[in-house]
Each structure stands twice: as C-alpha cells, then as structure tokens.
Design a protein around this ligand. Sequence first.
Ligand SMILES: *Cc1c(COP(=O)(O)O)cnc(C)c1O
Length: 412
Amino acid sequence: MIEQDQLEAQDRSDPLASKRDEFALPEDSVYLDGNSLGCLPIAARERARQVVETQWGHDLIKSWNKHSWIDLPVRIGEKIARLIGAAPGQTICCDSTSVNLFKLLSVALKMQGERCVVLSVQDNFPSDLYMVEGLRQLLGDDRVRLELCAEEAIESAMHDEVAVLMLTQVNFRTGQLLDMRRLTERAHALGILLIWDLAHSAGVLPIELDACHVDFAVGCGYKYLNGGPGAPAFAYVAQRHHAHLHQPISGWMGHASPFEFDAQYRPAANITQLLAGTPPVISMSVLDAALDVFRDVDLSQLRHKASALSELFRALVEQSPHLRDLRLLSPLLPQQRGAQLAYRHPQAYSICQALIAHNIIADFRAPDLLRFGFSPLPLRYVDIGTSVAVLIEIMRSERWREPQYAIRSKVT
Ligand SMILES: *Cc1c(COP(=O)(O)O)cnc(C)c1O
C-alpha cells in the first residue's frame, strides 16, 4: 500500500493543487463523478447570485446590453475554443449536446450530396445514435443510413459511401481514448466528414481540433467544464465549412439580423447561425464564470494530473486482494484512456450505492459497470487513497450486501 504521507507529498508538489480552492466542495465526501456532473466553482455560485439578484432583479431587460447577455453564446464559445484547440470564430455555446449533434449531422449530410451513411460505433453514447435515427425518420431511408462498427474496427469500416463519421473521443463507459488525428486523416482520405463528440474529453485533456483538421465537434457543458446541472453545450464548425452552413433549426437567433424581424429567414453566415432561440441566460452565465477556472491552467498539466490520479487508483485497486472480483474494463495504459476508470462486477449497482452511503461518490452504468471519474482540479492524491480504502472495506466486509443498497433510483 502507498503510505498516506507519500500521497500528501504528491499533493504538496502538485502544480495544480491550489485550483481546488476555487471550488465549493462538500467536506464530508470524495467526489469521483465529475465526468457526469462537474463540481461547483465558487465564481459560478457568485455569478448565479449576481445574475438573479442584480442583473435580472434590478436591471431587467436593460441587461441584454448592459451585461452583454446577448453575447454570452459567442463569448463562452471562445473560452471553450482555447480548451479544444480552435481558433476564434468557430465555437459557440448553445442548446444540448444532442440538439447540436442533430444540427451538425444535418449540415454534414447536406454537404455530402448522394452519400447517406453515418458511421459510428456500437457503444457510442446512445443519444448520439438516437439523433441519427431521428434524422432518418425525418429525411427517409434513402437519405440517412446508420452503420455501426466495433471501436477497434473503425478504420476498416470506413468506405466511400460514408458521408459522416460520428465518434466520441472518450468512450463514456470504458474511457477508451480514440486517436483523433489518425482517424480524421483516414476518413478525409475517403471524402468522409467528421463529427467528434468531446463530452468526456473537453476540459480534461488537450484537444487539437484545428490542427487535426476536424470538420465538426460538439461537447458538454456540465461534465468536466463544471457548468452546472443541464448547462448548455457547445458546437464547433471549421471555418472552411461556414459557407456551406445550413442548419435546420432555423430560429431567429441564427438569423443574419434577428432584430430586423424580417419575415424571411436569412441565415447568419458565421457560427452564430447555429443558435436557434433565446439563450438560457442564467445557466449560460454560470457556465461562463465556471470556465474562468481554466483561465490559467496548462492543459498538459491537467492531462498529466488526471492520468496520475487514475493510475494511482488503478494501481491501488490492483494491489488489494479484496478487490480481485473487480474487472478493469478501461485500457490499462493511461495514455489510451480519458480521465475515468470502469470496472465490471455483477453487483456493481449495490457496490456503488454502498460507496455513496460511505461518502465516496461514484456512478453505475448498466448492466454491471462501476465508474470512477478523476477531475484533476478539485481532486487531491489523498482523496484517491481514501476512496480505495473505503472500497476495500466495503468489499472485505461484504457490506454492499445490505438490502438497502439494492434499491434502484430513477437516475443511476
Ligand atoms: C453526456 C453526453 C451527452 C449528453 O447529451 P445532452 O444532450 O447534453 O444531455 C451526449 N453525448 C455523449 C457522448 C455524452 O457523454
């Protein structure tokens, strides 16, 4: 076992250690679920208060200009752009990841003319696949066809009738990290456009959308970006495609001049065309403030710490004779995974509930996965030691067998 003072020494020499102080964290627990819902940045809490009390409460409608509410989608987009390797003018904050995928799938399919296949992987996040299915229902079988392959077989599944390759950079179950540069290059060689979903990678590892010549991307505001429950998502469209941008949810905020109230829809010729309706100002303001946590963060340090935390957890689990029944599903090498680990166990649900009852917050994914996320900014190395110690105790004592841990709630 690694000694407590070794972990404390690691925390003392951690260049990101002070970032933890920028979060409001529950003192009684260790939170290993920042990949599902990020922690609360103190600045976000303050901004929520200010937006509600002063901006909405006092300044009311003047705030659209006075507090630049109208610029939130673009301003937040640019803050996210730094995290995903995007030059200005290509990223915008709006809607949910699912809705943004719907828009970008439509754009990409339209650009591809006769080609109608959307290729993705079997165990992609289901909502991403449902969006393709929705488009198929709308446009018909001759315009949209979904083909699914195994994650290991993406390259061999590409062919010249594929219009769009839709991939999630980090698998939400296993944490497997795909090679964005290589897959994008291979797809482009066959004339395929790429949509990357960054839900489990933005805010936790360096991403190079421009340098990899990615066409389109979407991502999530409430996971590693810490934007709060249901925070709006983001979308990226490479500059070279702006001339072909025709997204179908043609709301007034995506109009070239929304305040002319023209009866004729005239799409904005830039990234703002992706907007549909009025931005959700309160949630966007919270996300805007939350993103400032990343302002002075070096993304390679962020990646390094996330890998070190997950590697420490993995090593401690592997060393314990009481944890032999937990089967690692994630890649063994930290450079091949994002910032999470998944373990298989037939009783994963009860084990997860027992962990939560003992203040180690992890999550369960059906049918038998126990998932741990390692947000590098709020977490310390000592927290990893604590978590594995509790896990060992729960397994050793078989406390997870207590009947209350088998009761299922609506959200897992
Ligand atoms: C979390 C997640 C989403 C979430 O989509 P919403 O529409 O914002 O709820 C989509 N795709 C992936 C891969 C995710 O991990």
